[in-house]
Design a protein around this ligand. Structure first.
Ligand code: NOJ
Length: 741
């Protein structure tokens, strides 16, 4: 299924073009600006944003300035062949008009329109962290495919997704954009999302080019602070952070985006080992690299380049092909070639890679690929909404359910508290640029549509303080109280790191008031990252982790609340018991003194060492029992069997998880690693034997660097533990020895 970007015919067409293009035109292909903003202000847009955040201008003043601004789509530059791609521009009419300008350039090379289509375009699916928890690869694929259909109808050719960064620190706001803390799951997510976006025929007009980002280790940002440094061993880089990228490449991903951060002192944007040695020489990547926004220029801030020109030189020589936003390439490459500091062959190579994708997409032969009619017909189609609902239902995690709080019993008086319950727009979550907030269904709207009697209050007064009286009165009249709380959509995603992971104090006060009322309560959480819920857990009877579930949020939640749908999702990032545990992840390496009762073990004096909820955890309205775990080695693979039984009274779906541990190896190994999973549907009382085949090679790792000059991937014989369960903590275990043939 993987796309091959190199074809003999297209390479010949590229040869012919390169022979005709001037150096300036070639450099134009490597340039991706956004539209420039012209008009109202004398400072740059970034400075203006800073002024707004620093409070130097009010929101109102900012909006006023923005409303008098016009977009300049760089008509003259486009006609002169000085632009290769645009960022963040969509809409059939606008895109086609700009494309007509490109067709007036000497070689008529169309522009590639890229955009962040992360979890949907107009129809928005759950944030990736949530969707990953469905443990359904086919769902990952379908959501990406439908997003591609909408985005392509709006003129978008290329998305900067999937984000395949392994993220183990919930303080990092971008944990919301990926599959969570596990490398294997992130790899499965990468493969299916890439396949969904790109389809089997990238030129069919309904699919878009994908971009695996951020290459690499961006999720390892020190202290969970966005854009922060990462200092890791090559082994950890290769075992934890790189596999999802390699998997995406094997699945045929067309582009990669190097990360903002440095790795052990070398920013990814100028990292030759990463961008050329690993990516091209080892993995044979055929597509092209787009820098992250302004990242080449930021190499000056990193202190790795003296100035923008030096940054351009280092980046292009490291293997970067296209410059997003900074214009370092556009302003400096010609001079660098003239000075002999960059060979024209380097430029040709980058341009070849970019043109390769334009040809493969069919863009050169059919530059105008959509129109307003198609665009209008495609947005928010019923089947997209149906998928958005299914995806949300399969992403919402039941974290706690006691005192028969859920599903809601009929005939009870329902109270709903919290602004988030009535705000459809907030359901979009981070990175939903094209998303239609008005089309989003809030919980309140969905309850109304379901003709479920209830009373809603925001729980806040006009000044934002808690409306204690209103809450007490409402609780007095209700049998069961639903409280919606968590994070606004801006509180996760890029540049949204947090040092505290608790609910906001007012939301906690609301929960305390509800608890005081003695009424049954359900916490509906909306958030883009694991939160610390240690206190909340004691305050409510049930917790439904809804994440930011997208367009069909309310409908999906109501289906779960009423029991029409049985929750089946699991969390894919550990929920810390205290923020001081971060980073926390189930697959940490073994220590010499594992946490235990003794003083001198690896733990804290003041907080627990275990997370509140471990990776893979999630409840259901039914229960499952695991039995008869067996393992043997056949054909160089672990052959594993386990029987899973639905022991409750409802049909349900369970994500069965298989973990392995290399008990003793020449390098310290993780205590457990997810190596396979399967979602299985079981009727009440039904049981099924599941079989898994995991090649022994999957347990390979990188040798100790201190001994060999370069770590090499090895597989060692010896004792292995096999675990099976419904989460990473509560598992059955068996042992098996592997002796190399
Ligand atoms: C910066 C982000 O890091 C990246 O993920 C995104 O694709 C670009 N900006 C473009 O918006």
């Amino acid at each position: 299924m993987a796309i091959h970007w190199i074809t003999e015919e297209n390479e010949k067409r590229i040869d012919a073009l390169l022979a005709e293009m001037t150096l300036e035109e070639k450099i134009g292909q490597m340039r991706q600006p956004g539209p420039s903003l012209v008009g109202a202000f004398e400072v740059s847009f970034e400075e203006l944003l800073d002024m707004r955040f620093d409070g130097k201008i009010s929101d109102e003043e900012f909006q006023k300035m923005m409303s008098s601004v016009k977009m300049d789509y760089r008509e003259e530059e486009v006609k002169a062949g000085k632009v290769g791609s645009f960022n963040g521009v969509s809409g059939a009419e606008t895109v086609n008009a700009i494309q007509e300008n490109a067709l007036q350039s000497r070689h008529k090379i169309p522009l590639l329109f890229g955009m962040d289509v992360i979890h949907g375009y107009k129809t928005v699916y759950p944030i990736p962290l949530a969707l990953a928890g469905s443990f359904e690869p086919e769902l990952y694929r379908r959501a990406a495919e439908m997003a591609a259909e909408e985005a392509s109808a709006a003129g978008v050719h290329w998305t900067y997704a999937p984000m395949v960064d392994v993220a183990r620190d919930a303080r990092w706001g971008r944990i919301s954009e990926g599959a969570g803390e596990d490398t294997y799951l992130a790899s499965v997510f990468a493969v299916h999302t890439v396949q969904g976006f790109q389809g089997e025929d990238i030129s069919d007009g309904k699919h878009i080019i994908a971009c695996a980002k951020h290459f690499a280790a961006y999720g390892g940002a020190e202290a969970g602070r966005d854009y922060n440094t990462i200092d890791i061993s090559e082994q950890k880089l290769r075992e934890v952070y790189l596999p999802p990228f390699e998997a995406a490449i094997k699945a045929g991903v067309g582009t990669l985006m190097p990360a903002f951060n440095d790795i052990s002192g070398v920013p990814c944007s100028v990292n030759h080992q990463l961008l050329t040695e690993i990516l091209r020489d080892e993995w044979g990547f055929e597509g092209f690299l787009i820098s992250d926004a302004n990242a080449i220029d930021e190499c000056v801030n990193h202190g790795i380049a003296e100035d923008r020109k030096d940054a351009a030189r280092q980046s292009v020589l490291a293997g970067m092909d296209m410059d997003m936003s900074s214009d370092c390439f556009f302003q400096n490459l010609e001079q660098l070639v003239k000075e002999g500091k960059v060979a024209e062959a380097e430029i040709d190579q980058a341009v070849r890679r970019i043109l390769r994708l334009k040809f493969a997409l069919g863009l050169v032969d059919q530059p105008i690929r959509t129109n307003t009619e198609r665009e209008q017909e495609t947005m928010l189609k019923p089947e997209f909404r149906a998928l958005a609902r299914e995806a949300a239902e399969k992403s919402i995690v039941l974290l706690k359910n006691e005192n028969e709080a859920l599903p809601l019993a009929g005939g009870k008086t329902l109270a709903l508290i919290g602004a988030l319950a009535a705000d459809g727009e907030q359901m979009l979550g981070a990175w939903a640029m094209g998303g239609d907030g008005e089309a989003c269904v809030s919980v309140k709207a969905a309850l109304e549509a379901a003709r479920q009697p209830f009373t809603w209050i925001s729980g806040r007064k006009e000044d934002g303080s808690v409306d204690s009286e209103g809450i007490r009165t409402l609780c007095g009249q209700a049998d069961i109280v639903l409280v919606a709380a968590g994070e606004q959509k801006e509180e996760s995603g890029e540049a949204a790191s947090r040092g505290e992971l608790s609910l906001h104090p007012e939301d906690r006060d609301i929960l305390r008031l509800v608890k005081e009322s003695g009424k049954k309560s359900v916490l509906l959480l909306f958030n883009g990252r694991p939160l610390v819920l240690t206190e909340e857990v004691e305050l409510v009877d049930a917790i439904l982790e809804c994440w930011h579930p997208g367009t069909e949020a309310g409908n999906a939640i109501v289906n779960i609340l009423t029991g029409k749908v049985n929750p089946s999702a699991k969390i894919t990032a550990s929920f810390p018991a205290a923020v001081g545990q971060c980073p926390i992840y189930y697959n940490h390496t073994s220590t010499g003194r594992p946490a235990g009762k003794g003083k001198f073990t690896s733990k804290y004096l003041d907080i627990p060492v275990e997370p509140l909820y471990p990776f893979g955890y999630g409840l259901s309205y039914t229960s499952y029992e695991y039995a008869d775990l067996k393992a043997e080695i056949r054909e160089e693979a672990f052959q594993i069997e386990v029987t899973v039984k639905n022991t409750g009274e409802r049909a349900g779906e369970e994500a069965v998880q298989i973990y392995l541990q290399d008990v003793a190896a020449s390098r310290v190994r993780p205590v457990k690693e997810l190596k396979a999973f399967e979602k299985v549907a079981l009727e009440a009382g039904e049981q099924r034997k599941l079989c898994f085949t995991i090649p022994v090679a999957e347990m390979g790792f990188y040798s100790a660097g201190a001994v060999a000059a370069k770590p090499a991937r090895i597989v060692e014989s010896g004792l292995f533990r096999v675990y099976a369960g419904g989460n990473s903590r509560d598992t059955l275990c068996t042992e098996i020895s592997y002796a190399e043939l």
